[in-house]
Design a protein around this ligand. Structure first.
Ligand code: GAL
Length: 911
């Protein structure tokens, strides 16, 4: 049997240990290595590991990297389907094999190890022609002892196979990408140094004191200068009063663990995780997880995510009120956890394990319950736990994802508990909670969460929910309500952080992001890999802005403010207010708040406000008083609005005779408004509604004019709008009148027959492309939909038509601005003003074009601006994976009307 088919974890590796740096010397081998890709192991060159081998004509490849991202082979995407036959432990003979060579010398003698942080999927390693071993477990570290093998000049050779028995355990929903994709280092290991250590720092929330226990084979002393600690390890060390570590207040104490020959800097966070009264607690308090699932992805580099971007991820999360991350579905680059310790995020550290593809064969021969694989499972868990055990941010260990259930998972859990009794164990697939400490599920409906909330049992978390694919998710607010209503429901992790799009250019050099199928894969899952809260280039999507608003740690509700932090008061925030009339500032000021403890509310102390006549809103903002490591002073953490002067009722104006020049409105060439029911299906519409919509012909309505009469004061156009081949229709009457310099349109809509839930209900029209400067008073500045509009505020906003678009990687309905009171589209100050109560979208292509496009660069701007003025749109829901649109956000055909006033906009006179 080839080592590729061997189910063992590999051979030759040293026992796993914590990731740490010290004053011992080290050499980072990252850089350009010689590289050669063969289509199969059989084609790979013999003897490449030897000094005598001639590799002079090999190209170089950066280490760390995924070779497919550098022109060797192609990325391939499947969600859970194995791209090879389900025939464990065998993998295809056509198994891309990358050979790596690098030369180096180390400036020291003595004990030395060679450490790989990640090789996908299987590596065989030689140093100076001597085989060190074979490793599997792609996103886990491995070390080899190279003492005695090192010479003055060294040749490191690594043969990496895309597929191995390990691939059966690594069926995560992501691109299949291979190679040495994390750092490689050579580490001096001083005799008498610190081989490994397990530092447990706990916090007694009653006494306010900390305690440190260091488990190590070293004869070491721990010093924490700030606490006056300098004590030999081996016994628990009571350190007296400390500030605890929490994700909100990530207080770290710098210390040093030292022997005579090695000094290891440590960053200590005092915190205690417990499960008490059926609740997951930290430092004695229930925490609420406002989390995301994070994969490692970069649009040009794949899973070799540079440190600065990992840092950017954490900063972005912090700035969007996210307090937790699940490292789906493998341990991240170890430096990511340093960032979580430093900046403050609760971490569910997940093992590199997923066997989801066995679902296709009824879970038969699933490794999770097969004793042959026990050592591979335990190896993976121990490599994660040992590596990450010293991180205060890690509060739960997760066994893996979507691997069904079985004895090997149970063994992982019991090994973990015996190794580390300070953190509970998580695994979603254990529905019966036989071997986990928290109950965890994914994509449950609101109703199911409610039911769980009402029952007794373990702490409950949604390790995945609110599938952020394309435009969405909708329904976040209703989940929040449940997490706040039921103590047991302790929040969850939105799926997922980032769209895994891969940056490409078309033949004309236009950039776009590719997804499954774009690389000619035989089997793939299309755009299912594009389901993040940030776009592939890490630009926040509207979904992230909405999530940030929904999970605000401070709730400003009318004139009350509530502290939703779990640990902090609001003392680090400043509050201010601004009064706007018709979207324009009238007055502003600051507010002084008393101390508000977690969970408490208080009235906002407003001053007397000036009287206003037009619709007016008071906006209150809470922002950071000082610079923080994750945001500059003034960063807005939360806001709220209060309506102080309602919208005045419209006044009646004297009518004048109505005259009509076909194809124009107030002198502007237009396509006249007419009924529209269609939107380019979102990813969430596709499984839930798209079929019913196309079946009902909503995308190809026909308009029949029944009568068109102009009688002095008005023009009345009666129509019947209906799909081909169907009997249902809508009676739509357009009544045009005029007054002063305005034209009024009243449209009544009366459905006949059966209609499905509608995508939208309103009017579409078009005007020339030059009228592309948009200003409106209504909800903004971001797009908003019925079940995703918490983050939109009432105000006056300006954007160009181009900037109104949200470039979802897979083109779909986007850019809706809700609850508009008035809207102006102008070209150099001249144009059209539309007043009423409506939602709008404006784009340079039609809904049909948007519907047809599969990538952003396929959308070609035309000569018109296509404007939709809607009574309503259907909600978004989360049906791409999870529940659909909640009933209260569904748009049903009904008898309704819309009233609009059109005016000409002329440039304001100077002075
Ligand atoms: C879950 C899975 C994730 C992802 C998600 C859908 O079942 O754990 O990895 O596939 O569904 O995007």
């Amino acid at each position: 049997m080839s080592y590729l088919d061997d189910v063992s974890p590999g051979h030759g590796a040293l026992p796993p240990r914590a990731a740490f740096t010290s004053d011992a010397r080290s050499l980072c081998l990252d850089g350009d290595w010689q590289f050669h890709l063969s289509p199969s192991p059989a084609d790979a060159p013999a003897g490449f590991e030897l000094d005598s081998f001639d590799a002079t004509d090999w190209p170089t490849l950066p280490v760390p990297s995924n070779w497919q991202m550098h022109g060797h082979g192609q990325p391939a995407y499947t969600n859970h389907l194995y791209p090879f036959p389900v025939d464990p432990p065998y993998v295809p003979s056509d198994n891309p094999t990358g050979d790596y060579r690098v030369e180096f010398s180390v400036p020291w003698d003595g004990p030395t190890v060679l450490r790989f942080e990640g090789i996908d999927s299987c590596g065989r390693v030689w140093l100076n022609g001597v085989e060190l071993g074979v490793t599997r477990g792609s996103r886990l570290p491995v070390e080899f002892d190279v003492t005695g093998v090192l010479k003055a000049r060294n040749l490191l050779a690594v043969r990496v196979h895309q597929w191995s028995s390990g691939s059966y355990l690594e069926d995560q929903d992501m691109w299949w990408l291979s190679g040495i994709f994390r750092s490689v280092t050579v580490l001096e290991r001083p005799v008498g140094g610190v081989p490994d250590f397990f530092l447990r720092a706990s916090y007694d929330h009653v006494a306010g004191t900390g305690r440190v226990e260091v488990e190590t084979d070293a004869n070491a002393v721990l010093s924490i200068p700030e606490l006056g600690i300098d004590a030999p390890v081996g016994q628990p060390i009571d350190v007296g009063l400390v500030e605890p570590w929490t994700a909100e207040t990530p207080r770290l104490y710098d210390g040093v663990l030292a022997t005579d020959t090695e000094r290891v800097p440590v960053r200590i966070g005092f915190r205690t995780v417990s499960i008490e009264d059926g609740l997951l607690k930290v430092n004695g308090r229930r925490i609420l997880l406002k989390g995301v699932n994070r994969h490692e992805h970069h649009p040009d580099l794949g899973r070799a995510v540079p440190y600065v971007l990992a840092r950017e991820d954490v900063l972005l999360m912090k700035r969007h009120n996210i307090n937790a991350v699940r490292t789906s579905h493998y341990p991240p680059d170890p430096r990511f956890l340093d960032l979580c310790d430093e900046l403050g995020l609760w971490v569910v550290d997940e093992c590199d394990l997923e066997t989801h593809g066995f679902t296709e064969v009824g879970w038969e021969r699933n490794p999770s319950d097969d004793p042959q694989w026990t050592s591979a499972y335990l190896d993976r868990m121990s490599r994660m736990v040992e590596r990450d055990k010293n991180h205060p941010s890690v509060i739960l260990w997760s066994l893996g994802n979507e691997s069904h259930t079985g004895r090997n998972l149970a063994e992982m859990a019991s090994w973990t508990r015996q190794r580390d009794d300070t953190r509970p164990v998580h695994y979603e697939g254990d529905y019966d909670c036989a071997y986990v400490d928290v109950y965890s599920r994914m994509y449950m409906t609101h109703a199911e969460v409610e039911e769980i909330g009402q029952a007794q049992g373990m702490p409950f978390i949604l390790c995945e929910y609110a599938h952020a694919m394309g435009n969405g998710p909708g329904g976040l607010l209703e989940y929040r309500d449940l997490f706040e209503k039921y103590p047991r429901c302790q929040g969850g992790f939105v799926w997922e952080w980032i769209d895994h799009g891969i940056r490409q250019q078309d033949a004309n050099g236009r950039e776009f992001f590719a997804y499954g199928g774009d690389f000619g894969e035989l089997i793939h899952d299309g755009s299912f890999v594009i389901d993040g809260l940030v776009f592939p280039d890490r630009t926040p999507s509207p979904g992230l802005v909405e999530y940030a608003k929904v999970i605000e740690p401070v709730r400003i509700d009318g004139r009350r403010v509530t502290n939703h932090y779990d640990f902090r008061t609001l003392a680090h925030l400043d509050f201010d207010w601004i009064l706007e009339e018709d979207g324009q500032e009238r007055a502003a000021g600051t507010l002084d708040l008393p101390t508000v403890h977690p969970g408490q509310s208080t009235d906002l102390p407003f001053p007397e406000l000036p009287a206003t006549a037009k619709e007016s809103w008071l906006t209150i903002r809470a922002h950071t008083r000082e610079d923080t490591p994750w945001a500059a002073k003034g960063h807005v953490v939360a806001w709220g609005q209060v309506n102080v002067t309602p919208r005045p009722a419209t006044t009646t104006r004297p009518a004048r005779p109505f005259d009509h020049t076909p194809g124009t409105l107030l002198g502007i060439p237009v396509e006249e408004p007419r009924l529209d029911l269609w939107r380019a299906p979102t990813e969430n519409d596709r499984p839930e509604n798209e079929r019913a919509w196309r079946d009902a012909g909503l995308h190809r309505l026909q308009h029949r004019v029944v009568s068109d009469e102009t009688t002095g004061m008005s023009r009345v156009v009666r129509t019947r709008v209906a799909p081909p081949a169907r009997a249902q229709g809508m009676a739509v009457t357009y009544t045009w009148t005029a007054s002063d310099a305005a034209v009024h349109l009243n449209v009544t809509i009366e459905p006949e027959g059966e209609w499905p839930v509608l995508p939208r209900l309103g009017l579409r029209m078009a005007l020339p492309g030059g009228y592309d400067q948009v200003e409106w008073f209504g909800l903004g500045p971001n797009e908003a939909y019925a079940d995703s509009r918490t983050s939109a505020r009432v105000g006056r906003f300006r954007k160009s038509v181009d900037d109104l678009q949200t470039p979802y990687v897979f083109p779909q309905e986007n850019g809706n601005r809700a609850d508009t009171r008035w809207l102006e589209l102008t070209d150099n100050g001249t144009g059209l003003r539309i007043e009423g109560a409506f939602d709008f979208t404006a784009r340079r292509w039609t809904t049909e074009d948007l519907d047809k496009a599969a990538h952003t660069h396929e959308l070609e701007p035309g000569h018109w601006i296509h404007l939709n003025l809607d009574i309503a749109q259907n909600g978004l829901g989360s049906a791409s994976c999870g529940p659909g649109v909640l009933p209260k956000y569904q748009l049903h055909a009904r008898k309704t009307a819309i009233e609009l006033t059109f005016r000409q906009v002329t440039p304001a006179l100077p002075g």
